[in-house]
Design a protein around this ligand. Structure first.
Ligand SMILES: NC(=O)c1ccc[n+]([C@@H]2O[C@H](COP(=O)([O-])OP(=O)(O)OC[C@H]3O[C@@H](n4cnc5c(N)ncnc54)[C@H](O)[C@@H]3O)[C@@H](O)[C@H]2O)c1
Length: 329
């Protein structure tokens, strides 16, 4: 008991130091690539980075051509054409990821040649692996293709995008490059109708854990942040019901986006939203499994997906559209 309370005490002290006293890193002048950034949380993060953090340039890779076009035109008007690059990329297609990485660096080079003051030049300093999809059905009602797609987009693609941009990050270690993984609270605690999604987010969380340790072991000065938010009020989880409204309400997307940016600036290794959910870590290992399961059920988490609608099918672009329309520059 003494050991547990000592550990908790020092953990709280460490978190206070980390949260309040640690110097924030400046994002000014950085080039940021956000996967799935044309809608939802990724888009809000892009807006904050452009409007408040003075990043040089945002590159958005998304599979949905319509929202990419709309995003390109809105952001160009608001923040300048030179600060936004959008490109249709299905991140689960590894060949496409590496090809578009090469195209992007070529584009950076050409822009620099044409205009030495170009904002978009150099390489990617911050990679935000944000794109995600959800099926939201019991396992027996989910086709194998959809299961594969969820795992490919939410987990395996992170290996491709990190492999694509890590070599340049290693060359530019003095600029403190950063890799961000948007996982989920579903990476801390499973629930009904989210078997494939939860597996994919546990996978993304595990990927980030190993990556962080690998960067430290290989002595690379590259920061990592893994974000685990509870349900957020975006179209991805439309129809979701509040779980204990005062304790765990469905989160406001703007709050989550701001918290992600803050986590990057403070170089937080794991961001759990809301903070209170961290207790799940402790309870999972301390409580007998049957007691933990009862608690999850009693809190309404097990039934939280009962009214799930998700993105409407016409809006669901998880299957790749035309590969021909490559870039909106
Ligand atoms: N909304 C929530 O409740 C919630 C909770 C926890 C974690 N998350 C995670 O946060 C991230 C963002 O979620 P959101 O709510 O903004 O969802 P969203 O659906 O609004 O945005 C996700 C974006 O990813 C894009 N995308 C999907 N498949 C892609 C692919 N193969 N290649 C490239 N882009 C692709 C979509 O087109 C979309 O623009 C996801 O990883 C999600 O799992 C969301």
């Amino acid at each position: 008991m003494f050991t547990i309370s000592t550990i908790i005490f020092f953990t709280i002290l460490y978190n206070i130091y980390w949260y309040f006293l640690r110097k924030e890193k400046s994002l000014k002048g950085k080039n940021v690539l956000i996967t799935g950034g044309s809608r939802g949380i990724g888009r809000l993060v892009a807006e904050i980075l452009l409007s408040k953090e003075q990043v040089n340039c945002i590159v958005i890779w998304d599979v949905d051509q319509n929202s990419l076009q709309e995003c390109q035109s809105t952001f160009s008007k608001q923040y300048g054409q030179d600060r936004i690059i959008t490109c249709q990329v299905d991140i689960s297609d590894h060949e496409k990821v590496y090809r578009e990485r090469d195209n992007l660096y070529e584009l950076f080079k050409n822009r620099k040649l044409q205009n030495p003051n170009s904002e978009c030049s150099g390489s990617i300093d911050i990679l935000i692996n944000n794109a995600g999809i959800v099926n939201g059905k019991p396992l027996l009602q989910t086709s194998d293709d959809r299961i594969n797609m969820v795992l490919n987009v939410n987990t395996i693609s992170h290996c491709y995008t990190v492999k694509a941009f890590l070599p340049e990050m290693i060359k530019n270690q003095n600029t403190s490059p950063h890799i961000v993984t948007i996982a989920s609270a579903a990476a801390l605690c499973g629930t009904s109708s989210l078997c494939d999604y939860s597996a994919s987010k546990f996978g993304a969380f595990g990927f980030n854990e190993a990556l962080r340790l690998e960067m430290k072991h290989l002595k690379y000065n590259i920061d990592t942040t893994c974000v685990c938010p509870f349900y957020i009020r975006t179209d991805l989880f439309a129809g979701i019901k509040d779980v204990i409204p005062y304790l765990f309400p469905v989160l406001d997307p703007n709050y989550v986006a701001n918290r992600i940016v803050q986590g990057i600036k403070k170089r937080e290794e794991v961001v759990v939203i809301p903070e209170m959910l961290r207790i799940t870590y402790l309870l999972r290992f301390l409580l007998p499994v049957s007691v933990f399961d009862r608690l999850v059920s009693w809190m309404g988490i097990s039934s939280s997906m009962d009214h799930f609608i998700g993105r409407k099918s016409s809006d669901d672009t998880t299957s790749v559209q035309s590969d021909s329309n490559k870039k909106n520059l």
